[in-house]
Design a protein around this ligand. Structure first.
Ligand code: PBG
Length: 333
């Protein structure tokens, strides 16, 4: 074809035609958000009547179980898919033994929510960092390294305490090798064959977790998490991580953080038929909230744009502190 003929043809193509009205844009929209795909992280501690704001996360609180029930009710009313529970224990020690206390905040909260709102999916985060006095995600060797294989047994005790309380899904976030297989075997041996594992499969050592560590009181007292969480520079390694978790019996995979790792979400989606979750973490949330407070961005639009981007990249489920606000914004449209 001559250049002129090609040019004449392309002149017939006008991409703006389908953007002209809201009705047209809505009709050809490729990605739709649904409150049912949102998972709302909540921080629970013991006591009653507690609702403590987290300074670095406006709109996010540490609550006691009674107050958490109010939030769980709001989640159900908003049609949110599920909640993800993090516990702040009354006491911490070197091995994080309160992690498997059946009367700890997480098992208590699970029992209370499942009794009051059986239809709400309750997921529990399984990790040692909230429970150890040193703040690392596992047991330390005398040299101060995190001991992978010794940590597996502690994670299993924690997961069993959550399953026994009635958790619908267990979500290990520790990044120890082989923990999915170990937890699967431990759950099965105790009769919890029906409890799925949502694995934090590709979890990066990220600066975006900063505000969470205030919320969960889990900042490491020395060092960092780079010997167990992934190097942000690595993409192919994420595929190795998720393939290993699939072989070990994971039911749902997760990429974390989300916004700066959309390529990883897309690559994992390509590589597997597994349900895929992405965690829009505390720093992603707080940056949008902070910029909106200053009037630098339109908070609601930035929130929805960040979420639709995560879905467009391939996430089926989105864990987000915006869950309740995003559900309300979607209803209002
Ligand atoms: C604990 C855990 C962390 C997050 C979820 N589970 C913190 C960390 O690994 O340091 C981060 C969540 C967030 O930033 O919102 N292992």
């Amino acid at each position: 074809m001559t250049d002129d003929a090609t040019r004449a043809m392309t002149r017939a193509v006008r991409l703006r035609r389908l953007r002209r009205t809201d009705g047209l844009r809505r009709m050809v929209r490729e990605t739709r958000l649904d409150a049912a795909q949102f998972i709302w992280p909540l921080f629970v501690r013991s006591g009653t009547g507690i609702r403590t704001p987290i300074g670095s996360m406006p709109g996010v609180f540490q609550t006691s179980v009674d107050e958490l029930l109010r939030d769980a009710e709001r989640a159900v009313a908003a049609g949110i898919g599920g909640i993800l529970l993090f516990g702040i224990p009354a006491t911490k020690d070197a091995e994080g033994s309160s992690a498997w206390d059946p009367h700890g905040p997480v098992p208590q909260a699970v029992r209370a929510v499942k009794q009051a709102l059986p239809q709400l999916v309750v997921i529990t985060d399984v990790c040692m960092c909230e429970y150890t006095d040193h703040g690392h995600c596992g047991l330390l060797t005398p040299a101060g390294d995190v001991d992978n294989d010794a940590t597996l047994a502690l994670l299993a005790r924690e997961a069993l305490a959550h399953a026994e309380a009635g958790a619908d899904i267990i979500a290990p976030s520790d990044m120890m090798d082989h923990r999915v297989g170990h937890l699967r075997a431990a759950l099965d041996a105790a009769g919890h064959t029906h409890v799925p594992i949502m694995s934090y499969a590709a979890k990066y050592a990220s600066a975006f977790y900063g505000p969470f560590r205030e919320a969960a009181e889990s900042t490491p007292s020395f060092g960092d998490r780079r010997s167990y969480q992934m190097d942000p520079a690595n993409g192919r390694e994420a595929i190795r991580e998720v393939r290993l978790d699939v072989l070990e019996g994971a039911d749902i995979l997760m990429v974390k953080p989300a916004g700066a790792y959309l390529d990883i979400i897309a690559a994992v989606k390509q590589d597997t038929a597994m349900p895929l979750a992405a965690y829009q973490v505390s720093g992603e949330y707080s940056m949008i909230r902070a910029a909106a407070e200053r009037g630098w961005v339109d908070g609601e639009r930035a929130m929805l744009e960040s979420l639709v981007a995560i879905a467009r990249a391939g996430a089926d489920l989105i864990i987000t502190y915006f869950a309740i606000d995003a559900a309300a914004a979607l209803r209002g449209r």
